[in-house]
Design a protein around this ligand. Structure first.
Ligand SMILES: [Zn+2]
Length: 467
C-alpha cells in the first residue's frame, strides 16, 4: 500500500514539477508523518523520515523520503539548508471538529447532570441568550476559538446563537485568529423561551444577511469562513422556517447543519410534532435540508432506513461521543453507519460534551464503539480509524475532502507539529518503544502540551514556529 502510494505521489510530483509549481517554499520539514488516506484502517500511514514541502501559497507541494533529500532538492528546486529537521516529532493533519457550539464554550465542563431537553432549558438557553451583548460575545468567542486552536482543531463547524451581530463577530474573530470554519446563525422560532426566540420572518431575514456577509468576505476557495444554514433542531423550527431555510441553502449553495435523533424524548417529540413524516430524517428531507452538503449531529437513534437515506443523499453525520455519554443520550454505532456507506466525522459538541478537545472525541469514539463489543464479537473502531474520523472523515463530511484532511499534494497545509517528548508532558516515552507505539500514546494520552505548532493554510496560528 505504502509503495503504491509513493509511486502515485512520485508521478503526481513529476506532473506538478513539469507544470512549474515548485519555485518558492513557505517551509520544508523533515520528520515522522502520520496521516490517513481514507477511513479504511489499512490506509493509515506512519511514514518515518518523510519530507514535506509547503508552497508559498500554503499548499502541500510535495512529500518524499528524507534519505532522498538531495535528489528531491534538485527535482523540486530547494536548498538542503532550507529543510527543518523535526527530529522525532510528528507531523500530522489538523483535527476537524464537525460540531461545536461556540457560545457554550463558556460553561463547558459544568451542568453535567441533566438529559438533553432539560439541559437545554436549564443551562443552554439562558447562557446563549446573553450573546445579545456583544461584549460578552467578544470575550467568550475569543477564548473559545483560541482554546480549540491550541488543542489542534484547524477546522471547526460552529453553531453560534440566534443573534446576527454576535454571529458576525464570531466570523471576525475566527478570521483574525486564522482558523478554517463553518459558522451558522442559529434559527429558533418555536418551543423556545420568550427571551431566546425569533419570529420566522426575522430568522430568515437575518440568516440571508449573514450568508451575504460571509460570502462578501472573500472568493470561494480563499475564504476561511463558510456560512452554514443552522436550524437548531426540528422542535425549535416551524415548517415555514425550515422551508425558508431549505430555499436559502439552495439559492446560495451553502451547507446545512442541525441535530438529529440524539435522545429518545427528542425523537418522540419530533414524531408528535410531525405525524405527517415517516421519520426524523424524513422531516429534514421534506424541507430540502438533507443533501450532500448536510452535516447532522449525533444520529444515535437513526434506523437503518434512515441511514440509507443519508447514504443516498450523500449527507454526513457528526458523531459526538463525549456529549452522548455526558448527556446520557445513547451510543451511536459508527461501524454500522460506515458499513451503510454514510460519511462520518467527529465532533466535540461543547458544552454537551465536557471537553473541547478533539483528542477526547477520538478516545470516546473508541469507547463508544467498544460498548458494542461487550460480551460479543464486534469489529469496533480502533485508534487508527478514530484518528481517521477526526481528520479525513471530518473533511469528507464538511465537503472539504479535496482541500484538507491529510498530506496529499495540492491540499492546504492544515497541520500540527506534535512533540511526544515535551518536558512536563502528559505521558512518558521509553527507549524500547517504536514510532507507532509513541503515536498511539499521543492519541490516547496527549494534549495541548504536546502540540508545538498549529498551521492553517501554511500559516502559523497557534504555538511556536521552528520552521
Ligand atoms: Zn450540538
Amino acid at each position: 500500500m505504502i509503495r503504491q502510494l509513493r509511486q502515485a505521489l512520485c508521478l503526481l510530483f513529476l506532473v506538478r514539477f513539469l507544470a512549474g509549481d515548485f519555485s518558492v517554499y513557505n517551509a520544508i520539514m523533515k520528520g515522522t508523518l502520520v496521516h490517513c488516506l481514507s477511513l479504511h484502517k489499512d490506509d493509515f500511514q506512519l511514514w518515518n523520515d518523510a519530507i514535506v514541502g509547503v508552497s508559498e501559497k500554503g499548499t502541500i507541494s510535495f512529500v518524499g523520503n528524507g534519505c532522498d533529500v538531495k535528489t528531491l532538492s534538485e527535482v523540486y528546486g530547494f536548498s538542503v539548508d532550507q529543510v527543518t529537521n523535526l527530529g522525532r516529532k510528528f507531523l500530522i493533519p489538523g483535527l476537524i471538529d464537525t460540531h461545536l457550539h461556540a457560545p457554550q464554550y463558556a460553561f463547558t465542563g459544568t451542568g453535567t447532570d441533566l438529559p438533553l431537553l432539560e439541559w437545554l432549558n436549564r443551562y443552554t438557553f439562558p447562557i446563549e441568550s446573553k450573546y445579545a451583548d456583544l461584549q460578552i460575545a467578544e470575550h467568550a468567542y475569543t477564548k473559545a476559538v483560541k482554546r480549540v486552536l491550541s488543542l489542534g482543531t484547524t477546522t471547526g463547524c460552529y453553531y453560534a446563537t440566534i443573534h446576527l451581530p454576535a454571529t458576525k463577530l464570531l466570523v471576525q474573530i475566527i478570521n483574525q485568529l486564522g482558523q478554517r470554519a463553518y459558522v451558522g446563525k442559529v434559527n429558533m422560532d418555536r418551543n423556545s423561551p420568550e427571551t431566546y426566540v425569533e419570529s420566522t420572518e426575522n430568522s430568515l431575514k437575518d440568516t440571508e444577511e449573514f450568508i451575504q456577509y460571509c460570502l462578501a468576505s472573500g472568493e470561494e476557495g480563499k475564504r476561511l469562513v463558510t456560512p452554514i444554514i443552522t436550524p437548531r433542531f426540528v422542535p425549535s423550527c416551524t415548517t415555514e422556517l425550515m422551508t425558508g431555510l431549505g430555499r436559502l441553502a439552495a439559492q446560495y449553495n451553502v451547507p446545512i447543519q442541525s441535530h438529529i435523533s440524539e435522545n429518545c424524548d427528542e425523537v418522540k417529540w419530533v414524531k408528535d410534532l410531525h405525524p405527517e413524516c415517516e421519520s426524523y430524517t424524513d422531516v429534514y428531507e421534506k424541507h430540502n435540508l438533507l443533501n450532500e452538503k448536510s452535516v447532522m449531529a449525533h444520529g444515535v437513534y437513526l434506523k437503518d432506513e434512515e441511514l440509507q437515506k443519508f447514504a443516498d443523499a450523500g449527507a454526513g453525520i457528526s458523531h459526538c461521543p463525549t456529549s452522548n455519554f455526558q448527556l446520557a443520550s445513547g451510543v451511536f454505532n459508527v461501524r454500522n453507519a460506515l458499513d451503510k456507506g454514510v460519511k462520518v466525522g467527529l465532533g466535540t459538541d461543547v458544552a454537551g460534551g465536557y471537553s473541547s478537545s478533539m483528542w477526547e472525541s477520538i478516545r470516546q469514539a473508541m469507547n463508544a464503539s467498544n460498548t458494542f463489543r461487550f460480551g460479543r464479537e464486534f469489529n469496533s473502531v480502533g485508534y487508527r480509524e478514530a484518528f481517521a474520523l477526526a481528520t479525513v472523515g471530518g473533511a469528507e463530511v464538511l465537503g472539504l475532502g479535496e482541500r484538507v484532511g491529510n498530506f496529499w499534494p495540492g491540499k492546504e497545509f492544515d497541520a500540527l507539529i506534535v512533540d511526544p517528548f515535551v518536558e512536563g508532558g502528559p505521558f512518558d516515552v521509553f527507549e524500547w518503544e517504536n514510532e507507532e507505539q509513541i503515536f498511539e500514546k499521543m492519541v490516547m494520552m496527549g494534549d495541548d502540551r504536546n502540540i508545538e505548532s498549529v498551521f492553517v493554510g501554511g500559516k502559523l496560528v497557534a504555538g511556536t514556529s521552528k520552521v
